[in-house]
Design a protein. Structure first.
Length: 259
């Protein structure tokens, strides 16, 4: 695992966007096969998406041969709801870049058979060739996607019941009322994420510091599902200084020195 530490959230976000653009361009230079990417939602990736939009508009990268799969979606929330992840992705990324609509995949939280929808999602990822890169975020309790504590590290896309803590954190998007946050979501599994050739995870602010400490210095554990990245051959966490605040001094110095 690598840790990229920047002074601010914007600096770390820009680093991540430029890294993603570089990887897209590298693959485009050697093959006509599409670049397959996993994408996340929430406030964490917004600045990364802003930089990707800027790079697309500047002609520095293109999403015309990119296939994307979002990591999660709420169950039962209408697609047109402003807090659905369909709406989020359109607002913050897809409406501003050149990715063909047929290349965009987001789980259907209103599918008549949710289990079948999850199975079909995994099949579509495999058919696309698997992820070249997965962009994710970290929850305050160390979860990745909606893989809450005690999720299996071998898990795949499935329906998940959200913890009260996650609903409380996400209530800021629902009039600060946890009861308005859907009780369930569909999410890619830990193994779906770690099956990617590369994983880039974003973490910003002091509220994420304990999760970063557990993910980097703690044991691999289903209690902190993002800790599974310790076993990944090419995993990167891009964070700001505040999110690195609970790391041991020598850990912090190591990552700064080896970057």
């Amino acid at each position: 695992m690598k840790l990229i530490i920047r002074d601010t959230m914007v600096e770390a976000s820009v680093w991540a966007a430029r890294y993603i653009a570089e990887k897209i361009n590298e693959k485009a230079a050697r093959t006509s096969e599409p670049f397959v990417i996993g994408l996340c939602t929430g406030s964490t990736p917004i600045e990364t998406y802003n930089e990707l939009i800027r790079l697309v508009k500047a002609g520095k990268v293109s999403f015309k041969n990119v296939i994307s799969f979002n990591m999660d979606e709420y169950v039962g929330l209408p697609v047109e709801h402003p807090e659905s992840y369909h709406s989020f992705m359109a607002k913050y990324l897809f409406d501003h870049i050149d990715e063909p609509k047929e290349n965009i995949h987001i789980l259907d939280g209103n599918a008549p058979d949710l289990d079948a929808e999850c199975a079909a999602y995994e099949e579509a990822i495999a058919k696309a060739g698997g992820f070249d890169l997965f962009l994710g975020g970290i929850g305050e309790d160390g979860h990745i996607a909606f893989n809450e504590p005690f999720s299996s590290l071998a898990s795949r896309t499935r329906v998940i019941s959200l913890t009260p803590q996650t609903r409380e954190v996400n209530s800021r998007f629902f009039d600060n009322d946890p009861d308005k946050v859907p009780a369930q979501a569909m999410s890619v599994g830990v193994a779906t994420v770690t099956g990617a050739k590369e994983v880039v995870v974003l973490a910003f602010g002091s509220k994420k510091a304990h999760a970063i400490k557990d993910a980097v210095e703690g044991p691999v554990s289903h209690y902190c599902t993002v800790s599974a990245l310790q076993m990944h051959p090419c995993a990167i966490i891009a964070c700001d200084d505040a999110a690195a605040g609970e790391l041991r001094v020598n850990s912090y110095r190591y990552f700064k020195a080896t970057e």
